[in-house]
Ligand binder design. Structure first.
Ligand code: PLP
Length: 370
């Protein structure tokens, strides 16, 4: 029997993720598969860890790629941190902060929420008050780049207050890593995770994760085992460490993909790459303004890798997205949560932070809004 060919055509993925994978990454994925304990593969794992340390800007030895998508990173972060009844503070300024509260609660955390309206960052004064009212909290969790709104959360002041209170800082960098600076060491993030399919331009499938020595020590001394066997860092650390203790079979070809994506970043250089994301986003924001589209986020809190704007009154935003897809093969995103039906989300991530692609999207949007 011959089955019909699978029908996949190339699309320009300028939504909230996945972004397009770099051609070099796709080629790397099709390299021959080898065993996960093969010395050649162990070499690729080691190099991938070093490259992740460069992109995360850290010397943390506990740096690795967890199997699974960004949500596996979030799950691993909370599963390893939380003990039953432990008090934690979670900052919610969008859907992904909200998801953190769900994940942490499932591991038995007693969650205190500090919120802000969608489209605004967390106000450090609100967090300071929550820390003062809850000195027994152990961890503060926050999303750096809130993909549901397009807010880039400033973390300088927040990191200082969390550490002055002796708490751990847990940061979601799914939409920032590889697009904007993620200063793990400088701002003392204790637990940081990301995903591969946004600014790293890889397919979804791995969750880069890095743990500070202080947090790593705390996890290794937990008296109650981590309630998630698959994501237990005490075992996974040994798999990525010198003794190569078997825990799971690493997603081999995904690791080739991540390795290649990180090599591409090293070749471009962190600083140049962040600057490229900033300068292209600023051009795009000017164009949107000229088109009369109202931004969701005030400029000083805007995320360069993901732009959001309100769709004009009387326009059905879903029909615009369908038009872009049908006529131009371009994907952009709609709103989530309370912003559903009201906004568009446009990703300028990695290879798609590119003036030619922005120009094509702008033409398509002008056509669709007319
Ligand atoms: N955190 C943030 C900020 C995200 O944007 C996403 C996905 O869009 C996730 C977590 C979850 O990642 P994934 O969909 O790869 O599981």
């Amino acid at each position: 029997m011959t089955l019909p060919l699978r029908k996949t055509t190339e699309k320009l993925l300028m939504g909230p993720g996945p972004s397009n994978a770099d051609q070099r990454v796709l080629r790397a994925m099709s390299e021959p598969m080898i065993g996960h304990l093969d010395p050649d593969f162990l070499g690729i794992m080691n190099e991938t860890r070093e490259l992740l340390k460069y992109v995360f800007q850290t010397e943390n030895e506990l740096t690795m790629a967890m199997p699974g998508t960004g949500s596996a990173g979030m799950e691993a972060a909370w599963a390893n941190t939380v003990l039953p009844e432990m008090k934690v503070i979670i900052c919610v300024h969008g859907v992904f902060g909200q998801r953190m509260t769900d994940v942490a609660s499932r591991y038995g955390a007693n969650v205190v929420v500090v919120g802000s309206p969608m489209g605004r960052p967390i106000d450090p004064a609100d967090l300071q008050k929550a820390i003062k009212d809850n000195p027994d909290a152990k961890v503060v969790g926050i999303v750096h780049a809130e993909t549901s709104t397009g807010v880039l959360q400033p973390l300088e002041e927040i990191s200082k207050m969390v550490h002055e209170a002796g708490m751990f800082l847990l940061v979601d960098c799914v939409t920032s890593l590889g697009g904007v600076e993620v200063p793990v060491e400088r701002l003392k993030f204790d637990m940081t995770y990301s995903g591969t399919q946004k600014c790293l331009n890889c397919p979804p499938g791995l969750a880069p994760l890095t743990v500070s020595p202080r947090m790593g020590e705390w996890i290794s001394k937990r008296e109650i085992p981590v309630k998630n066997w698959y994501l237990d860092l005490n075992m996974i650390m040994r798999y990525w460490g010198e003794d190569r203790f078997y825990h799971h079979t690493a997603p081999i070809n995904m690791t080739y993909a991540l390795n290649e994506a990180l090599r591409i970043i090293l070749e471009e250089g962190n600083e140049k790459r962040w600057e490229r994301h900033w300068s292209n986003a600023r051009i795009f924001w000017k164009v949107l303004e000229a088109m009369g589209l109202k931004p969701v986020v005030e400029e000083k809190y805007r995320l360069p890798s993901l732009t959001t704007y309100y769709t004009p009154e009387g326009v059905n935003e879903a029909s615009v997205r369908k038009y872009l897809m049908d006529k131009y093969s371009i994907e952009i995103g709609g709103g989530l949560g309370e912003l559903k039906g009201k906004i568009h989300r446009v990703g300028l991530m990695g290879v798609n932070s590119n003036p030619a692609k922005m120009a094509l999207l702008t033409v398509a949007l002008c056509d669709a809004f007319n």
